[in-house]
Every structure is written in structure tokens, then in C-alpha cells.
Design a protein around this ligand. Structure first.
Ligand SMILES: NC(=O)c1ccc[n+]([C@@H]2O[C@H](COP(=O)([O-])OP(=O)(O)OC[C@H]3O[C@@H](n4cnc5c(N)ncnc54)[C@H](OP(=O)(O)O)[C@@H]3O)[C@@H](O)[C@H]2O)c1
Length: 244
């Protein structure tokens, strides 16, 4: 149940965050949707009406976090879905790409949650969900050291933050998807359709990637009272890929 809860979603303008936002609205939540894409933010305003506040914000603009947090009402939940993936193999390692990835995937959620906690914007019993990846929590893939490191950090954050915030019954968990059908995957893959199907064939449950709604339903579970004794955990949603 997320009915009447106020949830902030980062990365609300695309992919998993977009699906989470639509799902939360459909289940009666009020959403503060954060992203940079103005067109998508407008679409969300149309979709959510009074139940949605759309905020155009670059989450790597750390100097402005105080302004962002002071402008919102206290939260019952946060979903950090904003993130980027860039191939960055060891032999061609790019410091610029690395720093870009760390800034949005890793520093942003830590700085944001820290600011929310410091300024009293997390209600008692709030639930925070960090969207990680099996590449950080379960398996290795060539070329992804920078990305995987940021995603592993989120699982570590969930453990530490869950302890620091438990005295206020605030829970912190991760969701780690395998491949999901989103723009991020479209942009990251310059592969033939045969190669993509061969990759999908490695997913035991249905030989396909996850649909964004299959991630958002898990996120909604973690935001709701139904998961009231789960904290510091990482839930893998990958159709059985990582248990092979
Ligand atoms: N898709 C997958 O297969 C997959 C698998 C495992 C984990 N994940 C993780 O799931 C999360 C969402 O992935 P996705 O597939 O939904 O990606 P996506 O469709 O590319 O969406 C990424 C989102 O991040 C936002 N974003 C990126 N940089 C930002 C910045 N500097 N400031 C504010 N917002 C920023 C984008 O907002 P704007 O477009 O408005 O800038 C967009 O809403 C990511 O953290 C990703 O690592 C994805």
C-alpha cells in the first residue's frame, strides 16, 4: 500500500524511474518526480495532475541540494533510479567517464539522502529504495568496472544507512535488476538483433529481459507496509540469470 504516501523518484523521466512513477501514481501515491528532460517532465505533469510535482534538476549539481530539499514536503519514500552506464574497459580507461558515472550513480544518492536526513525531510517509517544492478551485486561483466563499482556501493549504502536510520524506523533497501527493456539498454547496446536475442536466451525465466513494470512492482513492495521488517537488503530481479 502506497496510497497517500509522498514519494520522491529520481530518474523519473525515463525507463525504470518512469515506470515506477506511473505505477506509484496508479496506486494513489503523491510523487515528486526529478529529472532533466523537460518534455518528459511535462508529460508527467499531465499524467499526475495534482498528485505529481515535477522538478527539473541535475543531480550532479551538489551545491543546489539544500535548495532542492528545502522546496519539497517531507517524504514517506525515495526511489533513486537516476543513473548512467558507459562502457569503460581497463585498457581504454577514461577518468572523465569514471567521474561522470560516480557522480550520478553513487555520490548523488549519498548526498541526497544525507541532505534529506539532515533537514528532517524523511518521515518516521519512510522507505528508501536504491536501484542497483546485478553487475554490482552478483556478477562480473567486462568493461563495467566503473559502473559495477557504483552499483556495489549502493548495496553497501543500504546496509549502513539502514542501521543509521533504524532508530526512526526508516528502511533502506536495494533492488538489483538484470537487463531491463529501457532506453538505457537501447543506448548502451550497438548489437545486432541476433546478438541481443542470444543474450536474452541466457535469462532462464522466459528468455527475455525484464519489463520496467516488473521492477516497479518490487520497488512498490519495498515502499509499502507489506515489507515493514525488511531493511538493509538487496533484492535481485533478474529472471534467474545470476543463479546459474
Ligand atoms: N535498464 C537496465 O537494464 C538496468 C539494469 C540494471 C540496473 N539499471 C539501473 O536502473 C536505473 C535506471 O535505469 P534505466 O534503464 O531506467 O535508465 P534510463 O532509461 O537511461 O534513465 C536514466 C534516468 O536517469 C536520469 N539521470 C541521468 N543523469 C542524471 C542527472 N545528472 N541528473 C538527474 N537525472 C539524471 C535521467 O534523467 P534525464 O533523462 O531527465 O536526464 C533518466 O531519467 C539506473 O540506475 C541503472 O543503472 C538498469
Amino acid at each position: 500500500m502506497v496510497d497517500g504516501k509522498h514519494i520522491m523518484v529520481t530518474g523519473a523521466t525515463s525507463g525504470i524511474g518512469y515506470a515506477v512513477t506511473k505505477d506509484l501514481l496508479a496506486h494513489g501515491a503523491h510523487v515528486t518526480a526529478v529529472g532533466r528532460n523537460e518534455q518528459r517532465l511535462d508529460e508527467l505533469r499531465q499524467l499526475g495532475g495534482n498528485a505529481l510535482q515535477a522538478v527539473a534538476f541535475d543531480l550532479t549539481d551538489f551545491e543546489r541540494y539544500e535548495n532542492l530539499v528545502s522546496s519539497i514536503a517531507p517524504l514517506d519514500g525515495l526511489v533513486h533510479s537516476a543513473g548512467i552506464v558507459e562502457n569503460n574497459p581497463l585498457r581504454y580507461f577514461s577518468m572523465e567517464k569514471y567521474q561522470r558515472t560516480v557522480a550520478i550513480n553513487q555520490t548523488a544518492p549519498l548526498a541526497l539522502i544525507s541532505e534529506l536526513a539532515r533537514s528532517g525531510k524523511l518521515n518516521t517509517h519512510a522507505s528508501l529504495v536504491l536501484v542497483s544492478s546485478i553487475l554490482g551485486t552478483s556478477i562480473g561483466m567486462k568493461g563495467t568496472a566503473a559502473y559495477a563499482g557504483t552499483k556495489a556501493a549502493l548495496a553497501a549504502f543500504a546496509k549502513v544507512m539502514s542501521l543509521e536510520l533504524a532508530h526512526r524506523c526508516i528502511r533502506v533497501n536495494c533492488v538489483s535488476p538484470g537487463m531491463v527493456e529501457t532506453e538505457l539498454v537501447e543506448n548502451a547496446r550497438q548489437l545486432s538483433s541476433q546478438a541481443i536475442q542470444a543474450d536474452k536466451d541466457r535469462y532462464p525465466l522466459g528468455k527475455r529481459y525484464a519489463k520496467p513494470m516488473e521492477i516497479s512492482s518490487t520497488v512498490r513492495f519495498l515502499l509499502s507496509i507489506e515489507s515493514s521488517f525488511i531493511t538493509g537488503q538487496n533484492i535481485i530481479v533478474d529472471g534467474g540469470f545470476s543463479v546459474q
